[in-house]
Design a protein around this ligand. Structure first.
Ligand SMILES: [Zn+2]
Length: 153
Protein backbone atom coordinates (compact mmCIF):
# COMPACT_ATOMS: atom_id res chain seq x y z
CA UNK A 1 0.00 0.00 0.00
CA UNK A 2 1.19 3.48 -0.81
CA UNK A 3 2.29 5.50 2.19
CA UNK A 4 0.08 8.52 2.79
CA UNK A 5 1.65 11.96 2.64
CA UNK A 6 2.24 13.49 6.08
CA UNK A 7 -0.18 16.37 6.54
CA UNK A 8 0.53 18.78 9.40
CA UNK A 9 -1.91 21.54 8.47
CA UNK A 10 -5.40 21.83 7.08
CA UNK A 11 -5.40 25.44 5.97
CA UNK A 12 -8.51 27.58 5.48
CA UNK A 13 -8.39 30.32 2.82
CA UNK A 14 -10.68 32.72 1.04
CA UNK A 15 -10.16 33.68 -2.59
CA UNK A 16 -10.21 37.43 -1.74
CA UNK A 17 -12.54 37.92 -4.70
CA UNK A 18 -16.21 38.76 -4.87
CA UNK A 19 -18.48 35.83 -3.99
CA UNK A 20 -19.61 35.68 -7.61
CA UNK A 21 -16.15 34.85 -9.02
CA UNK A 22 -16.26 31.63 -11.04
CA UNK A 23 -14.08 28.60 -10.40
CA UNK A 24 -12.91 28.77 -14.03
CA UNK A 25 -11.86 32.44 -13.73
CA UNK A 26 -9.91 31.69 -10.55
CA UNK A 27 -8.13 28.72 -12.18
CA UNK A 28 -7.37 30.81 -15.27
CA UNK A 29 -5.83 33.53 -13.08
CA UNK A 30 -3.43 31.04 -11.44
CA UNK A 31 -2.48 29.55 -14.79
CA UNK A 32 -2.26 32.60 -17.01
CA UNK A 33 -1.46 35.51 -14.68
CA UNK A 34 0.63 33.80 -12.02
CA UNK A 35 1.96 31.03 -14.29
CA UNK A 36 1.30 28.32 -11.69
CA UNK A 37 1.36 24.64 -12.64
CA UNK A 38 -0.53 23.64 -9.47
CA UNK A 39 -3.78 25.20 -8.29
CA UNK A 40 -3.84 27.46 -5.21
CA UNK A 41 -6.07 25.10 -3.21
CA UNK A 42 -7.08 21.45 -3.06
CA UNK A 43 -10.74 22.27 -2.45
CA UNK A 44 -12.72 25.34 -3.47
CA UNK A 45 -16.22 26.07 -2.17
CA UNK A 46 -18.68 28.21 -4.11
CA UNK A 47 -21.31 30.52 -2.59
CA UNK A 48 -23.98 27.83 -3.15
CA UNK A 49 -21.88 25.34 -1.17
CA UNK A 50 -20.73 23.31 -4.15
CA UNK A 51 -17.24 21.98 -3.40
CA UNK A 52 -14.76 21.52 -6.22
CA UNK A 53 -11.75 19.26 -5.87
CA UNK A 54 -8.96 21.00 -7.77
CA UNK A 55 -5.97 18.92 -6.76
CA UNK A 56 -5.19 15.42 -5.53
CA UNK A 57 -4.40 15.51 -1.80
CA UNK A 58 -1.12 13.68 -2.48
CA UNK A 59 0.00 16.58 -4.70
CA UNK A 60 0.80 20.12 -3.53
CA UNK A 61 -1.35 23.22 -3.99
CA UNK A 62 0.12 26.74 -3.78
CA UNK A 63 -1.66 27.86 -0.61
CA UNK A 64 1.06 28.99 1.82
CA UNK A 65 4.66 29.47 0.74
CA UNK A 66 6.95 27.07 2.63
CA UNK A 67 4.08 24.88 3.89
CA UNK A 68 2.70 23.32 0.73
CA UNK A 69 4.46 19.97 1.10
CA UNK A 70 2.61 19.22 4.36
CA UNK A 71 -0.69 21.09 3.99
CA UNK A 72 -4.13 20.57 2.52
CA UNK A 73 -5.69 23.84 1.40
CA UNK A 74 -9.42 24.54 1.52
CA UNK A 75 -10.86 27.83 0.29
CA UNK A 76 -14.21 29.55 0.00
CA UNK A 77 -15.01 31.98 -2.80
CA UNK A 78 -15.40 35.51 -1.45
CA UNK A 79 -13.82 37.30 1.49
CA UNK A 80 -13.65 40.91 0.27
CA UNK A 81 -16.25 43.64 -0.24
CA UNK A 82 -16.62 45.76 -3.39
CA UNK A 83 -13.75 47.99 -2.17
CA UNK A 84 -11.50 44.97 -1.77
CA UNK A 85 -11.58 45.14 2.03
CA UNK A 86 -11.62 41.85 4.00
CA UNK A 87 -15.12 40.79 4.99
CA UNK A 88 -16.57 37.53 6.26
CA UNK A 89 -19.36 37.17 3.72
CA UNK A 90 -19.59 33.38 3.76
CA UNK A 91 -23.04 32.09 2.92
CA UNK A 92 -24.81 29.61 5.22
CA UNK A 93 -24.21 26.93 2.58
CA UNK A 94 -20.51 27.77 2.38
CA UNK A 95 -20.19 27.58 6.16
CA UNK A 96 -21.87 24.16 6.17
CA UNK A 97 -19.72 22.90 3.28
CA UNK A 98 -16.57 24.16 5.02
CA UNK A 99 -17.40 22.31 8.23
CA UNK A 100 -18.19 19.14 6.27
CA UNK A 101 -14.94 19.32 4.30
CA UNK A 102 -12.86 20.07 7.41
CA UNK A 103 -14.44 17.21 9.36
CA UNK A 104 -13.72 14.84 6.47
CA UNK A 105 -10.08 15.96 6.30
CA UNK A 106 -9.56 15.94 10.08
CA UNK A 107 -10.80 12.35 10.20
CA UNK A 108 -8.32 11.44 7.48
CA UNK A 109 -5.43 13.42 9.01
CA UNK A 110 -6.22 13.43 12.75
CA UNK A 111 -2.90 15.01 13.76
CA UNK A 112 -3.20 17.95 11.38
CA UNK A 113 -3.87 21.42 12.81
CA UNK A 114 -6.77 23.37 11.33
CA UNK A 115 -5.88 27.04 10.96
CA UNK A 116 -6.27 30.02 8.68
CA UNK A 117 -3.72 31.25 6.15
CA UNK A 118 -3.12 34.31 8.35
CA UNK A 119 -2.14 32.10 11.31
CA UNK A 120 1.19 31.17 9.67
CA UNK A 121 4.24 33.20 10.73
CA UNK A 122 5.02 36.25 8.62
CA UNK A 123 1.70 36.28 6.75
CA UNK A 124 0.37 39.82 6.29
CA UNK A 125 -2.90 38.86 4.60
CA UNK A 126 -6.31 38.77 6.30
CA UNK A 127 -7.06 35.43 4.60
CA UNK A 128 -9.49 33.72 5.25
CA UNK A 129 -11.22 36.90 6.64
CA UNK A 130 -12.31 35.20 9.88
CA UNK A 131 -10.71 33.43 12.85
CA UNK A 132 -10.60 29.85 11.53
CA UNK A 133 -8.52 28.57 14.43
CA UNK A 134 -11.15 29.62 16.98
CA UNK A 135 -14.16 28.68 14.86
CA UNK A 136 -12.97 25.15 14.06
CA UNK A 137 -11.28 24.39 17.40
CA UNK A 138 -13.92 21.80 18.25
CA UNK A 139 -13.55 19.80 15.04
CA UNK A 140 -11.94 16.50 15.90
CA UNK A 141 -12.46 17.02 19.64
CA UNK A 142 -16.02 15.80 19.74
CA UNK A 143 -15.05 12.32 18.61
CA UNK A 144 -16.36 10.26 15.75
CA UNK A 145 -19.31 7.96 15.48
CA UNK A 146 -18.55 4.30 14.99
CA UNK A 147 -20.14 3.54 11.60
CA UNK A 148 -21.48 0.16 12.85
CA UNK A 149 -22.87 1.04 16.27
CA UNK A 150 -23.28 4.80 15.68
CA UNK A 151 -21.86 5.31 19.18
CA UNK A 152 -19.11 7.80 19.93
CA UNK A 153 -15.60 6.37 19.90
ZN1 LIG B 1 -4.95 32.28 1.66
Amino acid sequence: MKKMKKIDYIVVHCTATLSTASVEAIKRYWREVLGWKNPGYHYLIEADGETHKLQDEEKPANGVKGYNHNSIHVSWIGGVDTDGKPIDNRTVKQKAALIGQLMFLKRKYPNAIIQGHRDFPGVKKACPSFDAKAEYKKIGEIGDLDPKTEKRI
